[in-house]
Design a protein around this ligand. Structure first.
Ligand SMILES: [Mn+2]
Length: 350
């Protein structure tokens, strides 16, 4: 069962907690001692920035799968979230040796970019999101990340819990990537077991069309509490997205000029499976973006927006959504997972 660390960072004492969490996550991901040390470094640098420059924020650490063909490779993902003033010149800030009012800011983020497997950040007037992933192979994932659409996500457990009742997963079958969020009923370990079972079953069924994937999951989830599950499958040859879902999951594609929510069928995979599962098909161009989210996100959330945001790492795009939607006046009511299917990146993969 995937372990999570959601660590509020408002003073220097929590940076040590972030390092300890990153080292533990490195153990879960079997990174080995060297890459675990890298994971700890790329987690602590943004953590230090949170209290030095942003007035505090949080670091969310979990183990995700490196995108690519073949057997999934685990990677430690750190997301740094803050509502601070933002880093105005990101390119300069991540260049090694860049100096700001505090010289350690630029040098630190440059180190993160160079040593991690993937590093990206986005700052706006609403705050800053930085995401780093560290996998076991130094330098490998930058060249093996497949071309075409990319997916990523963030999963924030309710009330800093060690487990999330939500899960998201990307599975590939030939030219068809399938992105799935699942929200186990309730929260805590029982919910995590239900959504984690759905994620495991996705790998066994990613060759099937979306409604059949959900039907395949239903018996596997019977021994669990059950989950709301949505499946979005992209056929890159036909430039078409096929979508099906059962239960309460948010699914909002941006096609053309607007964000238009998709309707899911009521029910619970593993408990009350509907007699029919409608499948929605959408033409899918390289500039389209799909946001999938659990109901931990407030009903009225702001679609990702900002100069160039859709071209960023999909995990960064995903993390901006709970950051923008969240405030102390509106604390989340449940675990919050957001997964994003985004356009292909022009230029080198980072
Ligand atoms: Mn839930």
């Amino acid at each position: 069962m995937t372990r999570f660390w959601d660590i509020p960072v408002h003073d220097s004492t929590r940076v040590r907690d972030v390092r300890v969490a990153a080292e533990a996550a490195g153990g879960h991901a079997r990174l080995g001692p060297h890459r675990t040390a890298v994971a700890a470094l790329v987690a602590t640098e943004p953590a230090a920035n949170l209290f030095k420059h942003a007035g505090g924020g949080s670091i969310v650490i979990d183990v995700v799968e490196r995108p690519g063909e073949g057997e999934p490779v685990p990677a430690v993902q750190h997301a740094s979230l803050d509502h601070g003033p933002g880093i105005h010149d990101v390119t300069a800030a991540t260049r090694d040796g860049h100096t700001t009012s505090d010289a350690s800011l630029g040098a630190g983020l440059g180190t993160c970019r160079r040593t991690s497997s993937a590093f990206d950040l986005f700052g706006s007037h609403r705050g800053t999101v930085a995401v780093a992933r560290t996998d076991p192979d130094p330098g490998i994932s930058r060249v093996t990340a497949p071309p075409g659409p990319r997916a990523g996500g963030i999963n924030v457990p309710l009330a800093h819990a060690e487990h999330s009742g939500d899960a998201w997963r990307l599975a590939r079958s030939g030219p068809r990537p399938t992105l799935m969020p699942a929200d186990g009923l309730g929260h805590g370990v029982g919910a995590a077991h239900a959504s984690g079972t759905a994620a495991d079953e996705l790998r066994r069924s990613a060759h099937l069309p979306p409604a059949d994937i959900l039907r395949h999951m239903h018996p596997a989830l019977r021994p669990t509490r059950g989950a709301a599950v949505a499946v979005a499958q992209l056929d890159t040859d036909r430039a078409e997205l096929a979508f099906a879902g059962v239960g309460t999951i948010g699914a909002v594609p941006h096609t053309g000029t607007s964000w238009e929510p998709l309707i899911l069928h009521p029910g619970i995979v593993g408990a009350r499976f509907p007699a029919t599962v409608p499948v929605r098909r959408l033409p899918w161009g390289p500039d389209n973006v799909l946001v999938l989210h659990s109901d931990g996100l407030p009903a009225r959330w702001t679609p990702p927006d900002g100069p160039g945001l859709p071209t960023h790492d999909p995990a960064v795009v995903a993390a901006t959504i709970p950051l923008d939607a969240g405030s102390s006046a509106r604390p989340p009511r449940d675990d919050t997972a957001v997964a994003v299917l985004a356009r292909a990146r022009a230029g080198p993969v980072s």
